[in-house]
Design a protein around this ligand. Structure first.
Ligand SMILES: Cc1cc2nc3c(=O)[nH]c(=O)nc-3n(C[C@H](O)[C@H](O)[C@H](O)COP(=O)(O)OP(=O)(O)OC[C@H]3O[C@@H](n4cnc5c(N)ncnc54)[C@H](O)[C@@H]3O)c2cc1C
Length: 273
């Protein structure tokens, strides 16, 4: 239902949600709704219900129902987004993807893995480590951030200097569209020259275009050797010039962090140095 200003009116059929997700995977207690009303930003708004799918079919059924009833659906991973992307400012149904957290395949010869969206970044890297591989985009929030949330945000991390951001690591995905249709985008190969690169369009779409229910990701070998250097500069401009010189030297560092005096003082204060 939509009222005159185009904002949905609070109306959700709880029995329909319980029919789709089962009794235990539908939350409507005010305490649950409150907890799901914010992410890592300062914003807060209450959803009307929280649901936890175990599989793609449930996501499809939800989208069919919500589309017909004109109810907003907000997909949510770890809730570590810092800009309020999962805060339900118009209410609606919070789709908590954390139960869909299986690593479906690790294919070493073809260098890809298939995962469900609720897989936590660190858990994927734990699974890849025994194979001598890692998934590089990894934001600093990797202990809680999920692959679905990272895809929706095009997350990147300190190693993105060398390895790129999430968009560079995503080969393909399965997405439930707003009308409940399931589409397969991209491929399992690093190079796919034919057709539109629609999976790349999904990366960074912040949950606005569809619900990612499976992702195919590229991974890379863990480097055999690692080393770190620290250089001190008297002026920010000299540090900037050094970064340019390093990047054009032929050496490709995986990380380049510029820490200014304000940040160093803050760290020293915290560590009591
Ligand atoms: C301490 C800290 C450090 C951080 N460091 C970094 C960093 O180094 N680099 C960086 O890029 N970000 C960083 N972030 C921001 C954030 O952690 C990342 O952007 C992360 O990718 C969000 O993942 P999430 O699972 O928590 O997503 P959420 O916050 O739950 O959701 C983020 C967006 O993804 C959508 N979404 C979630 N799942 C799906 C799905 N299955 N299908 C479609 N849409 C979906 C949501 O609707 C929302 O729009 C940091 C955050 C914190 C708190």
């Amino acid at each position: 239902m939509i009222h005159q200003k185009g904002i949905p009116m609070k109306s959700v059929d709880e029995s329909k949600l319980r029919e789709i997700f089962g009794e235990n995977n539908v939350k409507t207690d005010p305490s649950d709704l409150y907890a799901f009303g914010s992410d890592s930003s300062v914003h807060h708004a209450m959803p009307w219900a929280v649901v936890r799918p175990d599989n793609t079919e449930q996501v499809q059924k939800l989208m069919v129902y919500a589309n017909e009833a004109l109810i907003p659906v907000i997909p949510r991973g770890g809730g570590s987004g810092m800009c309020g992307q999962t805060v339900p400012i118009y209410g609606g149904i919070m789709l908590d993807m954390k139960h869909m957290n299986r690593i479906l395949e690790i294919n070493l010869p073809d260098v890809y893995c298939r995962v469900e969206p609720g897989v936590v970044d660190d858990d994927l890297n734990l699974a890849l480590k025994p194979h001598g591989m890692f998934y590089p985009p990894t934001p600093a929030s990797s202990r809680i951030a999920t692959i679905g949330g990272e895809i929706a945000n095009n997350a990147s991390g300190v190693r993105s200097v060398k390895y790129g951001a999430t968009r560079d690591a995503v080969l393909g995905m399965k997405v439930v569209m707003p009308n409940g249709d399931l589409v397969t985008l991209g491929a399992h190969t690093r190079v796919e020259a034919s057709g539109y690169q629609l999976h790349k369009l999904m990366v960074g779409s912040e949950g606005t275009l569809g619900i990612v229910v499976e992702a195919t990701l590229n991974f890379v070998p863990i480097p055999e050797y690692r080393c770190m250097g620290i250089a001190n500069f008297d002026h920010l401009s000299h540090a900037g010039a050094a970064i340019g010189a390093i990047m054009s030297s032929g050496a490709t560092p995986s990380m380049l962090e510029l820490v200014d005096s304000v940040a160093i003082k803050a760290v020293n204060k915290t560590m009591n140095f």
